[in-house]
Design a protein around this ligand. Structure first.
Ligand code: PRX
Length: 635
């Protein structure tokens, strides 16, 4: 077999790499992992079974991921820009940090954390807006071996508290407030409220972003800028085992509260760096911009770790696509000469709706490659992106992956693979994707549809869900024997390319954000007027999926807009603004089977406005409920 190369440069090399990765996975990953700096090499490449599940990569290997992200580049790229920060308000100055400067900032933050008492293995909750200190904080945790748990700064106090308590975080890093478009939003007060129910938290480090007067609790809260004055810029990296935990990231599943997906140091590093280099066909002088928030996995892997592992210049943006106007993304691309741009279909669709003139006002000549992530991209949005943003010359890579997978799994390689609008394409080397039927039997051949599973581990597969390994087993490994189940349905077309259809479980994807229907129902049910609710997703022009809630009230006389607003407020309070229902329909009953199970299939159809194909309703306890729901929807 041919030598394994880290960088794939043409289709033949992709095919060779893929074949090698399937025939000799361990040999393949040994070569790829050898591209990084390890303090001590691993003794065993892979140990696994999907029953428990137990997956261990590069066992015995010692490393620190920040040495690979930072120290390793100092000699050759010390003066190269590592991080560009673009503020919310275009009138404020953008900031640039060289690798040397970023290294110093991370070390200072690491020393501050150590002074506060943070040790290897401690969990640190990071609840920060998209400011440079968020990048410093994540990397500082990794530097000293603390496990970061970044919580998106749009989540409510309840959500923050749940996440802090689930992993018993001892430390929180936050800010006074944040900028979002024309608004300024409090952050520290959300943390203060959350911490009323978080006994594990000892210290809170607060970054000053807005100069807001905030409460600082004596003995618990400390200002970052005060600590900075006596923080040394040298901090030796902690030696980590390949399988030591690197981070926890909470994500929604079909049942229960969000679960803490756990990624470990070695495998995650190997896979994040490899996929960044190859999917985006990264070149040394490229400016890379991923518009995600670091609060989601996309930001972890492709704003921070993936680019920095490759010595790239990565950008983080504090703002929103529509402030001060819907040309903001394109203005930023021209301003910083961005070469690779990675965003979500929701952003594309919403900018599409604002009209093409906002795009045409900018040159966008620097762009070479475009990417899409987080949800299926419809063909119309794909073509708009390709034609107006990419001027027909930039390949669009539609990258399918998940929080649990750590890195991109199915995607074209930019400029190398065949592109087909709305198709993620072929699996990356090392990813043994298959489709199965409802019984878990593999569906062979092409031009078929089924449940998307992966039958062999890749280095950044989740290791567990924090504190509850059984939940990890049940969620991902128990549906089909010896397979990792993604929760997605997909088609495999004639040429082997995958088209992702969407979730087949009770997870809905709103603007690329995942919510469990049960989680939203639980928030709705907190309202005292509510007896029961059922939430489903429905197609939404901009968000991909909208949230449709059927709600039964104790007193149906109160079925009015005031109650609607109260229900929305419950959701905002228990989850956050991002989970607000788009439609609330009051109903007197829900379609249930005789065993009491809600027939969501019917609710989905009604929400979609498809009344003619409801299927068999005779098994329902009360089939008349369906007529009532349809009549209510039509009114
Ligand atoms: O349904 C798939 C969808 O997003 C889910 C994963 O969500 P999350 O863990 O939040 O990660 C999002 C960013 C990686 C998947 O199960 N999804 C993600 N990317 C795509 C996608 N659906 C279609 N096409 C994609 N490119």
């Amino acid at each position: 077999m041919a030598q394994v190369k880290f960088h794939i440069t043409n289709n033949d090399e992709y095919r060779e790499a893929y074949a090698h990765s399937v025939a000799q996975p361990e040999d393949f990953w040994n070569h790829i992992a050898g591209h990084y700096n390890w303090r001590k090499p691993w003794s065993k490449t892979l140990e696994w079974n999907f029953e428990e599940p137990r997956v261990r990569w590069f066992e015995g290997g010692k490393l620190n991921i920040t040495e690979n992200c930072l120290d390793r580049h100092l000699e050759q790229r010390g003066n190269k820009i590592a991080l560009i920060w673009e503020p919310n308000d275009p009138k404020e100055m953008s900031l640039r940090f060289t690798y040397r400067e970023l290294h110093a900032h991370v070390n200072r933050m690491a020393n501050i954390l150590k002074n506060l008492g943070v040790k290897k293995g401690d969990r640190v909750c990071i609840y920060l807006p998209m400011i440079p200190e968020l990048a410093f904080a994540v990397l500082a945790c990794a530097r000293i071996g603390a496990i970061h748990s970044v919580v998106f700064a749009g989540f409510s106090a309840n959500s923050v508290a749940d996440r802090i308590n689930d992993s018993a975080c001892e430390f929180v890093i936050t800010s006074d407030g944040l900028n979002r478009g024309a608004k300024q939003i409090p952050v520290k007060s959300v943390v203060d409220e959350a911490l009323e129910t978080c006994p594990s938290v000892q210290k809170v480090l607060v970054v000053n972003r807005l100069n807001w007067p905030i409460n600082m609790k004596t003995g618990r809260d400390v200002w970052y800028h005060n600590e900075l004055m006596h923080a040394n810029e040298q901090c030796a990296a902690e030696e980590m085992d390949s399988e030591d935990e690197l981070f926890i990231l909470y994500t929604s599943g079909s049942t229960g509260k969000p679960k803490g997906v756990v990624h470990t140091c070695g495998g995650y590093m190997v896979y994040a760096g490899y996929t960044f280099a190859n999917v985006f066909q990264y070149r040394e002088s490229d400016i890379f911009w991923c518009t995600a928030d670091i609060g989601w996995v996309t930001g972890h892997s492709y704003i921070l770790y993936g680019p920095l592992l490759n010595g790239a210049t990565t950008m983080m943006f504090e703002g929103v696509p529509t402030f001060p106007d819907p040309g903001r993304f394109w203005q930023v691309i021209d301003k910083h000469n961005v070469n690779i741009f990675y965003t979500a279909p929701t952003a594309i669709r919403s900018l599409m709706a604002s009209g093409v003139d906002h795009v045409l006002a900018y040159s966008l000549h620097s762009l070479r490659i475009l990417g899409s992530v987080g949800e299926p991209i419809n063909e119309e949005a794909w073509h708009w992106y390709h034609t107006h943003v990419g001027k027909g010359r930039c390949p669009v890579v539609d990258t399918w992956w998940q929080t649990e997978t750590g890195g991109i799994m199915i995607s074209a390689l930019a400029g190398i693979s065949e592109l087909k609008p709305a198709h993620a394409g072929l699996p990356l080397p090392g990813i043994q994707a298959i489709l199965v039927d409802a019984e878990g039997k593999e569906i062979i051949g092409n031009d078929v549809e089924g449940y998307l599973c992966i039958k062999y581990p890749w280095p950044s597969i989740l290791r567990t869900t924090y504190g509850d390994h059984e939940r990890c087993r049940i969620n991902y490994f128990a549906t089909y024997k010896n397979l990792y189940f993604t929760g997605d349905g997909a088609r495999r077309e004639a040429n082997g390319m995958y088209r992702i259809i969407g979730r087949v479980d009770d997870v809905i994807n709103v603007s690329g954000h995942r919510f469990g229907t049960a989680e939203i129902e639980n928030a709705i049910n907190q309202n005292k007027k509510v007896v029961e609710s059922a939430v489903v997703g429905y197609p939404h022009d901009i968000k991909g999926q909208g949230i449709y809630a059927y709600v039964i009230l104790a007193d149906m006389q109160q079925a009015n807009n005031h109650t609607r607003d109260e229900i929305i407020e419950s959701v905002v309070e228990h989850i956050g603004r991002i989970a607000k229902p788009d439609v609330i329909q009051f109903v007197s009953g829900l379609p249930k089977t005789r065993s009491g199970k809600i027939m969501r299939r019917i609710l989905r159809k009604v929400a979609e406005g498809e009344f003619s194909s409801l299927g068999d309703t005779t098994t329902l306890l009360d089939p008349l409920v369906v007529d009532e729901i349809i009549a209510g929807k039509q009114n």
